[in-house]
Design a protein around this ligand. Structure first.
Ligand code: SAH
Ligand code: SF4
Length: 373
């Protein structure tokens, strides 16, 4: 059972190949695509345009996988967070953020994260693996299931209108699976979320930014957080590999225009990166790039030593950017009562595992694969 092929996450060519293996006509692939991604079918028996015998044949060989919901939490502000379990028992979180006339689904690209940014809770998770295209698309399917938003409504009338790759993980370290998943969700005959409504957030994996621009051309958000290499090296280890000058060079080549600007995310850390001199340097740094800013009040999590800048300081920083001609809203923290805000995601299974590791260390038992540091 466990190794049946999952049709969710196959691209059109792969789906066509499976249909051919069954000896079925090519148009069956188109029908399957419609049922899976436009209608949200979870069972082959729902596919009423297919004969009973074909439904049964499909059920013998394939699954229509969804991650299982281990837990759903709903915030006072309507934000929802799902802890999802995949086939191997690993977990990741998916968040839905409602807004007045739309809503964004925040997808994870990895279990944990390859990187260890010092202000980010996900970065403390021990276990890391890439999510498959099926698992990435599956997160969106689960969110749509929760709101019963099937078949895919017209763009404009959707609760789940936008997608942000801002959950757990660094999407550009899992480029192939992320790209495959995004092509599936962008397909006009299925989930049909347009590239203009998708934003990929990266800590700055320079070589993959170019491919992302050429092949996906989704909106890009860059987690900048510091304007000097010495500080960024310390906050975000990836900067040692791809320093600011290289990052900026890659961004100048990204497909943008005035309507499609690059978003620079900037987490406001008290006394660390929040001075007016920092704001001015930021303006200098992005010169020549169609840019906008998103100032993120730092979200605390248990055990972190940073503090969020004072509101007045954030407003002053925002004004400085605004006066230089940039949009620089302060991000409204959403779902903080359920730890669903930026940088707070971390799956419970990993939390439990970390507790176990700490207990073992305290008892003097050192795991030879993860020696205590
Ligand atoms: N790995 C990608 C995608 C995660 S996006 C990236 O880093 O861009 C999550 C956003 O929240 C990033 O901008 C990240 O830097 C920011 N973030 C991380 N920890 C945070 C925290 N504790 N408070 C506020 N924002 C945080
Ligand atoms: Fe990973 Fe992004 Fe968190 Fe850094 S901020 S540890 S890249 S999820």
């Amino acid at each position: 059972m466990g190794d049946m092929i999952d049709l969710v996450g196959l691209d059109r060519a792969e789906l066509a190949a499976e249909v051919a293996v069954l000896g079925e006509k090519p148009f069956r692939a188109k029908q399957l695509w419609h049922w899976i991604y436009n209608r949200g079918a979870t069972d082959f028996a729902q596919m009423t345009t297919l004969s009973r015998s074909l439904q049964e044949k499909l059920a013998q060989h394939y699954r229509l996988g969804r991650p299982t919901v281990s837990r759903q939490q709903i915030s006072a502000d309507g934000t929802r967070k799902w802890l999802l379990a995949f086939k191997d028992g690993n977990e990741a979180e998916t968040v839905y953020i409602p807004e007045e006339d739309r809503g964004a689904v925040c997808l994870s690209s990895q279990v944990g994260c390859t990187l260890t940014c010092r202000f980010c809770h996900t970065g403390t998770q021990l276990l890391v693996r890439n999510l498959t295209a099926s698992e990435i698309v599956g997160q969106f399917l689960v969110a749509r299931d929760a709101f019963g938003e099937w078949p895919s409504p017209d763009d404009g009338g959707r609760l789940l209108s936008n997608i942000v790759l801002m959950g757990m993980g660094e999407p550009l370290f899992n480029y192939d699976n992320v790209a495959k998943a995004l092509k599936i969700v962008m397909d006009g005959e299925g989930i049909a979320v347009s590239k203009r409504r998708i934003t990929l957030s990266t800590s700055g994996v320079v070589p993959m930014i170019r491919r992302c621009g050429e092949e996906l051309a989704v909106n890009l958000a860059i987690s900048l957080h510091a304007v000097r290499d010495d500080l960024r090296d310390e906050l975000m280890p990836i900067n040692r590999k791809y320093p600011l000058a290289e990052l900026m060079r890659a961004l100048r080549d990204y497909p943008t225009n005035n309507a499609r600007r690059i978003t620079f995310e900037y987490v406001m850390l008290k006394g660390i990166n929040d001075s007016l001199a920092d704001a001015r340097e930021l303006i200098r740094l992005v010169d020549g790039i169609p840019a906008k800013f998103n100032l993120i009040p730092f979200n605390k999590w248990p055990g972190v030593s940073f503090d969020c800048s004072d509101r007045k300081v954030i407003e002053r920083f925002s004004d400085e950017l605004f006066n230089a001609g940039y949009s620089a809203p302060i991000r409204q923290p959403r779902g903080s009562d359920i730890l669903a805000a930026c940088g707070q995601l971390k799956s419970d299974s990993a939390r439990a595992r970390l507790t176990r590791v700490k207990e073992r260390e305290a008892a003097g038992i050192v795991d030879e694969h993860h020696p205590a540091q």
